[in-house]
Design a protein around this ligand. Structure first.
Ligand SMILES: NC(=O)C1=CN([C@@H]2O[C@H](COP(=O)(O)OP(=O)(O)OC[C@H]3O[C@@H](n4cnc5c(N)ncnc54)[C@H](O)[C@@H]3O)[C@@H](O)[C@H]2O)C=CC1
Ligand SMILES: O=C([O-])CC(=O)C(=O)O
Length: 308
Protein backbone atom coordinates (compact mmCIF):
# COMPACT_ATOMS: atom_id res chain seq x y z
CA UNK A 1 0.00 0.00 0.00
CA UNK A 2 1.56 3.24 -1.20
CA UNK A 3 0.28 6.58 0.08
CA UNK A 4 1.33 9.96 -1.30
CA UNK A 5 0.78 13.17 0.62
CA UNK A 6 1.25 16.41 -1.31
CA UNK A 7 2.08 19.36 0.92
CA UNK A 8 4.61 18.51 3.59
CA UNK A 9 3.45 21.38 5.79
CA UNK A 10 1.63 21.17 9.11
CA UNK A 11 -1.32 18.98 8.05
CA UNK A 12 0.57 16.85 5.51
CA UNK A 13 3.37 15.99 7.94
CA UNK A 14 0.92 15.30 10.78
CA UNK A 15 -1.04 12.99 8.47
CA UNK A 16 2.19 11.20 7.44
CA UNK A 17 3.09 10.72 11.10
CA UNK A 18 -0.32 9.22 12.01
CA UNK A 19 -0.32 6.97 8.94
CA UNK A 20 3.16 5.71 9.85
CA UNK A 21 2.37 5.17 13.53
CA UNK A 22 -0.74 3.17 12.60
CA UNK A 23 1.65 0.95 10.59
CA UNK A 24 -0.71 -0.16 7.79
CA UNK A 25 1.07 1.38 4.76
CA UNK A 26 4.29 0.03 3.29
CA UNK A 27 5.28 3.42 1.89
CA UNK A 28 4.47 7.08 2.35
CA UNK A 29 5.80 9.65 -0.15
CA UNK A 30 5.72 13.30 0.89
CA UNK A 31 5.83 15.90 -1.90
CA UNK A 32 6.31 19.64 -1.55
CA UNK A 33 7.22 22.47 -3.87
CA UNK A 34 9.68 23.99 -1.35
CA UNK A 35 13.19 22.69 -2.15
CA UNK A 36 14.29 19.97 0.29
CA UNK A 37 11.32 20.47 2.61
CA UNK A 38 9.56 17.14 1.99
CA UNK A 39 12.89 15.30 2.10
CA UNK A 40 13.66 16.93 5.47
CA UNK A 41 10.24 16.11 6.96
CA UNK A 42 10.52 12.52 5.67
CA UNK A 43 13.99 12.07 7.22
CA UNK A 44 12.86 13.55 10.55
CA UNK A 45 9.82 11.24 10.60
CA UNK A 46 11.93 8.20 9.64
CA UNK A 47 14.11 8.91 12.64
CA UNK A 48 11.02 8.31 14.82
CA UNK A 49 10.51 4.81 13.35
CA UNK A 50 12.66 2.96 15.90
CA UNK A 51 11.19 5.12 18.69
CA UNK A 52 7.56 4.66 17.69
CA UNK A 53 7.90 1.12 16.35
CA UNK A 54 6.68 1.42 12.76
CA UNK A 55 7.97 -0.11 9.52
CA UNK A 56 6.41 2.31 7.01
CA UNK A 57 9.06 3.74 4.70
CA UNK A 58 8.71 7.52 4.40
CA UNK A 59 10.46 9.39 1.60
CA UNK A 60 10.32 12.99 0.41
CA UNK A 61 10.44 14.61 -3.00
CA UNK A 62 10.67 18.19 -4.24
CA UNK A 63 7.91 18.25 -6.85
CA UNK A 64 9.10 15.05 -8.61
CA UNK A 65 5.88 13.15 -9.20
CA UNK A 66 7.64 10.15 -10.72
CA UNK A 67 8.36 9.21 -7.08
CA UNK A 68 4.62 8.99 -6.46
CA UNK A 69 3.99 6.47 -9.28
CA UNK A 70 1.65 3.61 -8.38
CA UNK A 71 0.11 5.32 -5.33
CA UNK A 72 -3.09 3.70 -4.08
CA UNK A 73 -4.21 6.75 -2.10
CA UNK A 74 -3.04 10.36 -2.37
CA UNK A 75 -3.85 13.22 -0.03
CA UNK A 76 -3.81 16.84 -1.22
CA UNK A 77 -2.87 19.29 1.54
CA UNK A 78 -0.89 21.68 -0.67
CA UNK A 79 -1.80 25.34 -0.59
CA UNK A 80 -2.08 28.09 1.94
CA UNK A 81 -3.85 27.97 5.32
CA UNK A 82 -5.92 30.86 6.67
CA UNK A 83 -4.76 33.44 9.20
CA UNK A 84 -6.84 34.74 12.13
CA UNK A 85 -9.85 36.73 10.92
CA UNK A 86 -10.00 35.05 7.51
CA UNK A 87 -12.60 32.58 6.22
CA UNK A 88 -11.63 29.36 4.44
CA UNK A 89 -13.40 30.69 1.33
CA UNK A 90 -10.86 33.51 1.03
CA UNK A 91 -8.19 30.93 0.17
CA UNK A 92 -9.83 29.98 -3.14
CA UNK A 93 -7.82 32.39 -5.31
CA UNK A 94 -4.47 30.78 -4.48
CA UNK A 95 -5.49 27.22 -3.65
CA UNK A 96 -7.66 26.44 -6.70
CA UNK A 97 -4.71 26.63 -9.12
CA UNK A 98 -2.49 24.58 -6.81
CA UNK A 99 -5.07 21.85 -6.20
CA UNK A 100 -5.94 21.53 -9.91
CA UNK A 101 -2.28 21.17 -10.92
CA UNK A 102 -1.42 18.76 -8.09
CA UNK A 103 -4.40 16.49 -8.86
CA UNK A 104 -3.43 16.34 -12.53
CA UNK A 105 0.23 15.49 -11.68
CA UNK A 106 -0.86 12.75 -9.28
CA UNK A 107 -3.22 11.10 -11.77
CA UNK A 108 -0.57 11.18 -14.51
CA UNK A 109 1.62 8.86 -12.44
CA UNK A 110 -1.11 6.92 -10.58
CA UNK A 111 -4.15 6.56 -12.85
CA UNK A 112 -5.98 4.30 -10.35
CA UNK A 113 -5.38 6.49 -7.31
CA UNK A 114 -8.05 7.52 -4.80
CA UNK A 115 -7.68 11.23 -3.97
CA UNK A 116 -8.48 12.77 -0.60
CA UNK A 117 -8.79 16.55 -0.84
CA UNK A 118 -7.95 18.57 2.28
CA UNK A 119 -6.91 22.02 1.00
CA UNK A 120 -9.47 24.75 1.66
CA UNK A 121 -12.10 25.76 0.83
CA UNK A 122 -12.33 21.96 0.88
CA UNK A 123 -15.84 21.30 -0.53
CA UNK A 124 -15.13 23.59 -3.47
CA UNK A 125 -11.63 22.15 -4.00
CA UNK A 126 -13.17 18.64 -4.06
CA UNK A 127 -15.73 19.80 -6.63
CA UNK A 128 -12.90 21.35 -8.67
CA UNK A 129 -11.06 18.00 -8.74
CA UNK A 130 -14.27 16.27 -9.90
CA UNK A 131 -14.72 18.85 -12.66
CA UNK A 132 -11.12 18.87 -13.91
CA UNK A 133 -10.10 15.20 -13.81
CA UNK A 134 -11.56 12.10 -15.37
CA UNK A 135 -11.40 10.00 -12.19
CA UNK A 136 -14.62 8.15 -11.34
CA UNK A 137 -16.66 9.88 -8.65
CA UNK A 138 -15.97 7.23 -5.99
CA UNK A 139 -12.25 8.06 -6.23
CA UNK A 140 -12.47 11.69 -5.14
CA UNK A 141 -13.25 12.35 -1.48
CA UNK A 142 -13.12 15.55 0.53
CA UNK A 143 -12.06 15.45 4.18
CA UNK A 144 -13.84 17.80 6.57
CA UNK A 145 -16.70 16.01 8.31
CA UNK A 146 -14.44 13.49 10.07
CA UNK A 147 -12.57 16.39 11.67
CA UNK A 148 -15.71 18.40 12.43
CA UNK A 149 -17.29 15.32 14.03
CA UNK A 150 -14.21 14.80 16.23
CA UNK A 151 -14.50 18.42 17.36
CA UNK A 152 -18.24 17.93 17.97
CA UNK A 153 -17.48 14.90 20.18
CA UNK A 154 -14.84 16.92 22.03
CA UNK A 155 -17.33 19.73 22.71
CA UNK A 156 -20.04 17.23 23.72
CA UNK A 157 -17.64 15.51 26.11
CA UNK A 158 -16.84 18.88 27.67
CA UNK A 159 -20.53 19.58 28.20
CA UNK A 160 -21.20 16.06 29.50
CA UNK A 161 -18.03 16.05 31.64
CA UNK A 162 -17.08 12.65 30.22
CA UNK A 163 -14.27 11.30 28.01
CA UNK A 164 -14.68 11.90 24.24
CA UNK A 165 -14.57 8.11 23.73
CA UNK A 166 -17.92 7.88 25.54
CA UNK A 167 -19.55 10.04 22.88
CA UNK A 168 -20.76 9.43 19.33
CA UNK A 169 -21.94 12.11 16.94
CA UNK A 170 -21.69 13.39 13.42
CA UNK A 171 -21.41 16.70 11.57
CA UNK A 172 -22.64 16.92 7.98
CA UNK A 173 -22.91 19.86 5.58
CA UNK A 174 -20.26 22.24 4.30
CA UNK A 175 -16.85 22.51 5.97
CA UNK A 176 -17.22 26.21 6.78
CA UNK A 177 -17.75 28.43 9.81
CA UNK A 178 -21.45 28.79 9.05
CA UNK A 179 -22.27 25.71 6.95
CA UNK A 180 -21.65 22.80 9.33
CA UNK A 181 -24.70 20.87 10.52
CA UNK A 182 -23.92 19.12 13.84
CA UNK A 183 -26.59 16.44 14.32
CA UNK A 184 -27.28 16.95 18.04
CA UNK A 185 -30.57 15.01 17.81
CA UNK A 186 -28.67 11.83 16.88
CA UNK A 187 -25.62 12.22 19.16
CA UNK A 188 -25.32 9.71 21.98
CA UNK A 189 -23.36 8.94 25.12
CA UNK A 190 -23.02 5.14 25.14
CA UNK A 191 -26.33 4.74 23.26
CA UNK A 192 -28.22 7.26 25.40
CA UNK A 193 -29.27 10.36 23.39
CA UNK A 194 -27.30 13.39 24.61
CA UNK A 195 -30.62 15.24 24.69
CA UNK A 196 -31.34 13.22 27.86
CA UNK A 197 -28.39 14.92 29.60
CA UNK A 198 -28.10 18.39 28.09
CA UNK A 199 -30.53 21.29 27.72
CA UNK A 200 -31.41 22.64 24.28
CA UNK A 201 -29.52 25.80 25.16
CA UNK A 202 -26.35 23.86 26.08
CA UNK A 203 -26.62 21.78 22.91
CA UNK A 204 -26.94 24.94 20.83
CA UNK A 205 -23.74 26.19 22.45
CA UNK A 206 -22.01 22.87 21.60
CA UNK A 207 -23.14 23.26 17.96
CA UNK A 208 -21.93 26.84 17.70
CA UNK A 209 -18.53 25.97 19.27
CA UNK A 210 -18.21 23.05 16.85
CA UNK A 211 -18.96 25.17 13.79
CA UNK A 212 -16.23 27.68 14.61
CA UNK A 213 -13.79 24.95 15.74
CA UNK A 214 -11.28 25.74 12.99
CA UNK A 215 -11.55 29.52 13.47
CA UNK A 216 -11.08 29.20 17.26
CA UNK A 217 -7.84 27.27 16.76
CA UNK A 218 -6.64 29.63 14.02
CA UNK A 219 -7.03 32.53 16.43
CA UNK A 220 -5.05 30.70 19.12
CA UNK A 221 -2.32 29.35 16.83
CA UNK A 222 -1.93 32.18 14.30
CA UNK A 223 -2.47 29.56 11.54
CA UNK A 224 -4.93 26.70 11.23
CA UNK A 225 -4.78 23.43 13.16
CA UNK A 226 -2.91 20.26 12.16
CA UNK A 227 -3.03 17.46 14.77
CA UNK A 228 -6.75 16.66 14.56
CA UNK A 229 -6.82 17.36 10.79
CA UNK A 230 -3.86 14.99 10.27
CA UNK A 231 -5.45 12.31 12.46
CA UNK A 232 -8.79 12.66 10.66
CA UNK A 233 -7.19 12.26 7.22
CA UNK A 234 -5.20 9.24 8.41
CA UNK A 235 -8.50 7.62 9.45
CA UNK A 236 -9.87 8.01 5.92
CA UNK A 237 -6.63 6.71 4.38
CA UNK A 238 -6.70 3.66 6.66
CA UNK A 239 -10.37 2.91 5.91
CA UNK A 240 -9.55 2.81 2.18
CA UNK A 241 -6.18 1.05 2.50
CA UNK A 242 -7.54 -1.65 4.82
CA UNK A 243 -10.97 -1.91 3.12
CA UNK A 244 -12.63 -1.22 6.47
CA UNK A 245 -16.08 -0.17 5.16
CA UNK A 246 -16.12 2.51 7.86
CA UNK A 247 -18.67 5.31 7.88
CA UNK A 248 -17.36 8.87 7.90
CA UNK A 249 -19.04 12.11 6.89
CA UNK A 250 -17.12 13.04 3.71
CA UNK A 251 -17.47 15.64 1.01
CA UNK A 252 -19.00 13.71 -1.88
CA UNK A 253 -20.33 14.65 -5.29
CA UNK A 254 -24.11 14.58 -4.92
CA UNK A 255 -26.46 13.59 -7.72
CA UNK A 256 -29.86 13.86 -6.08
CA UNK A 257 -28.94 12.53 -2.62
CA UNK A 258 -30.41 14.72 0.12
CA UNK A 259 -32.29 16.52 -2.68
CA UNK A 260 -29.02 18.14 -3.79
CA UNK A 261 -27.21 18.14 -7.12
CA UNK A 262 -23.94 19.20 -8.72
CA UNK A 263 -21.89 20.04 -5.63
CA UNK A 264 -19.62 18.36 -3.10
CA UNK A 265 -20.73 18.60 0.52
CA UNK A 266 -20.40 16.56 3.71
CA UNK A 267 -22.67 13.51 3.89
CA UNK A 268 -22.28 10.13 5.63
CA UNK A 269 -20.38 7.70 3.39
CA UNK A 270 -18.87 4.23 3.54
CA UNK A 271 -15.15 4.07 2.74
CA UNK A 272 -13.39 0.92 1.55
CA UNK A 273 -10.96 -0.30 -1.09
CA UNK A 274 -13.03 1.32 -3.86
CA UNK A 275 -12.84 4.71 -2.19
CA UNK A 276 -16.20 6.27 -1.44
CA UNK A 277 -18.29 3.12 -1.86
CA UNK A 278 -21.72 4.38 -0.82
CA UNK A 279 -23.44 7.57 0.23
CA UNK A 280 -25.71 6.83 3.19
CA UNK A 281 -28.98 8.76 3.19
CA UNK A 282 -30.19 9.22 6.74
CA UNK A 283 -33.58 10.69 7.53
CA UNK A 284 -33.25 14.33 8.52
CA UNK A 285 -36.02 16.32 10.18
CA UNK A 286 -37.23 19.56 8.62
CA UNK A 287 -34.92 21.79 10.66
CA UNK A 288 -31.86 19.67 9.78
CA UNK A 289 -32.83 19.53 6.10
CA UNK A 290 -33.29 23.32 6.03
CA UNK A 291 -29.80 23.77 7.49
CA UNK A 292 -28.38 21.33 4.93
CA UNK A 293 -30.07 23.21 2.06
CA UNK A 294 -28.77 26.53 3.35
CA UNK A 295 -25.29 25.05 3.72
CA UNK A 296 -25.44 23.77 0.12
CA UNK A 297 -26.36 27.27 -1.08
CA UNK A 298 -23.20 28.60 0.61
CA UNK A 299 -21.00 25.94 -1.00
CA UNK A 300 -22.56 26.61 -4.43
CA UNK A 301 -21.86 30.32 -4.04
CA UNK A 302 -18.18 29.53 -3.47
CA UNK A 303 -18.18 27.05 -6.37
CA UNK A 304 -19.42 29.91 -8.54
CA UNK A 305 -16.06 31.64 -8.03
CA UNK A 306 -14.23 28.77 -9.78
CA UNK A 307 -13.08 29.22 -13.34
CA UNK A 308 -13.99 25.76 -14.71
N1 LIG B 1 -10.20 20.05 5.18
C1 LIG B 1 -9.81 20.25 6.43
O1 LIG B 1 -10.45 19.78 7.37
C2 LIG B 1 -8.58 21.05 6.72
C3 LIG B 1 -7.97 21.74 5.71
N2 LIG B 1 -6.83 22.47 5.94
C4 LIG B 1 -6.22 23.11 4.79
O2 LIG B 1 -5.07 22.36 4.40
C5 LIG B 1 -4.16 23.21 3.71
C6 LIG B 1 -2.75 23.02 4.29
O3 LIG B 1 -2.69 23.53 5.59
P1 LIG B 1 -1.30 23.50 6.41
O4 LIG B 1 -0.66 22.17 6.26
O5 LIG B 1 -1.57 24.04 7.74
O6 LIG B 1 -0.45 24.59 5.56
P2 LIG B 1 1.15 24.68 5.46
O7 LIG B 1 1.46 26.02 4.92
O8 LIG B 1 1.78 24.26 6.74
O9 LIG B 1 1.52 23.56 4.37
C7 LIG B 1 1.14 23.66 3.03
C8 LIG B 1 2.30 23.16 2.19
O10 LIG B 1 1.89 23.11 0.83
C9 LIG B 1 3.06 23.39 0.05
N3 LIG B 1 2.70 23.73 -1.30
C10 LIG B 1 2.21 24.90 -1.77
N4 LIG B 1 2.03 24.83 -3.11
C11 LIG B 1 2.39 23.58 -3.48
C12 LIG B 1 2.41 22.88 -4.71
N5 LIG B 1 2.02 23.47 -5.86
N6 LIG B 1 2.85 21.62 -4.73
C13 LIG B 1 3.26 21.01 -3.60
N7 LIG B 1 3.27 21.61 -2.38
C14 LIG B 1 2.82 22.89 -2.35
C15 LIG B 1 3.77 24.48 0.82
O11 LIG B 1 5.13 24.61 0.44
C16 LIG B 1 3.55 24.04 2.26
O12 LIG B 1 4.66 23.29 2.73
C17 LIG B 1 -4.72 24.62 3.85
O13 LIG B 1 -5.40 24.99 2.69
C18 LIG B 1 -5.68 24.51 5.03
O14 LIG B 1 -6.68 25.47 5.00
C19 LIG B 1 -6.26 22.49 7.17
C20 LIG B 1 -6.83 21.82 8.22
C21 LIG B 1 -8.04 21.06 8.09
O1 LIG C 1 -9.89 26.25 9.99
C1 LIG C 1 -9.18 26.13 8.98
O2 LIG C 1 -8.94 27.04 8.18
C2 LIG C 1 -8.58 24.79 8.72
C3 LIG C 1 -9.65 23.79 8.76
O3 LIG C 1 -10.35 23.58 7.80
C4 LIG C 1 -9.98 23.26 10.08
O4 LIG C 1 -9.13 23.22 10.97
O5 LIG C 1 -11.14 22.87 10.22
Amino acid sequence: MKVTIVGAGAVGASCAEYVAIKNFASEVVLVDIKEGYAEGKAMDLMQTASLNGFDTKITGSTNDYSKTAGSDVAVITSGIPRKPGMTREELIGINAGIVKEVASNLIKHSPDVTLIVVSNPMDTMTYLVHKTTKLPKNKIIGMGGALDSARFKYRLSEALECPPSDVDGMVIGGHSDTGMVPLTRLATRNSVPVTAFLSEERLNQVSEDTKVGGATLTKLLGTSAWYAPGAAVSGLVQAIACDQKKLFPCSALLEGEYGLNDLCIGVPAILGKNGLEKIVEIELNDAEMNKMTESAEGVKKTNGLLEV
